[in-house]
Design a binder for this molecule. Structure first.
Ligand SMILES: [Ca+2]
Length: 225
């Protein structure tokens, strides 16, 4: 009995220790709120697509206003009334359903590096699958941006520097409506400097997004479609 108890305790201790560095993400709530008793709760997005990546220094896609920007391209196949985007760094064993992994993620998954995330949700004027190959000539509109969100878990530094945004479709606008098309997640670090560390990026939608694809480059995106 004593031995069994010891084994049980040791198992609990190991389990707890093993999870000390795991980052936890709550369900991704939409802007729709529901009253449960006296508490208002955000109704979670129906569909959440996760991307696990590692940003290596000096591999940025663009320098914009002195900031080193990285992009993840997203094909959104259907009209959505709203899209949410959130990013947490480091990713550290975060639980996510069927995540899409960036090429260098696995090799750096246990890295302690993280960065103060800053995100943009952008859409292009490319609205057909065929048009994606000409994405280099696309015009981009920044729909929303966020630096720090108190809804997100704190970073290992203890600061609430992770990011979350929600964007509602401006129907009727050719550039600001959430129609089917090519989107991208832009990210950088708030302070001008190197972006280095693992991260999870998630896109949430209140409607099912069958056939949504996320990839680091346009070529990879086309390959996965
Ligand atoms: Ca931030």
């Amino acid at each position: 009995m004593k031995t069994l108890q010891r084994i049980a305790l040791l198992t609990v201790a190991l389990f707890t220790f093993g999870n000390v560095h795991a980052q936890k993400l709550k369900s991704f709530g939409s802007s729709i709120e529901k009253k449960i008793g006296f508490v208002k709760k955000k109704v979670p997005y129906t569909d959440v697509v996760s991307y696990l990546g590692y940003a290596a220094p000096n591999t940025e896609d663009e320098v914009k206003n002195g900031k080193k920007f990285y992009y993840i391209y997203v094909w959104v196949p259907v009209v959505a009334p709203e899209l949410g985007l959130r990013m947490m760094s480091p990713a550290k064993k975060v639980k996510a359903k069927n995540p899409i992994k960036g090429k260098n993620y696995d090799a750096n998954a246990s890295s302690d590096d993280f960065f103060d995330t800053y995100i943009t949700l952008e859409r292009s004027d490319v609205i057909t699958k065929k048009g994606i190959k000409n994405a280099a000539d696309a015009n981009w509109t920044v729909l929303a941006r966020n630096d720090d969100s108190s809804e997100m878990p704190k970073q290992p530094s203890g600061s609430s520097y992770n990011s979350l945004l929600r964007y509602k479709s401006k129907t009727g606008s050719p550039t600001k409506a959430l129609t089917r098309g090519l989107y991208r997640v832009g990210f950088t670090t708030f302070k001008r400097g190197e972006v280095k560390g693992t991260f999870i990026a998630q896109i949430g939608s209140p409607v099912k997004l069958p056939g949504v694809v996320m990839a680091k480059t346009v070529d990879e995106l086309i390959a996965h479609m």
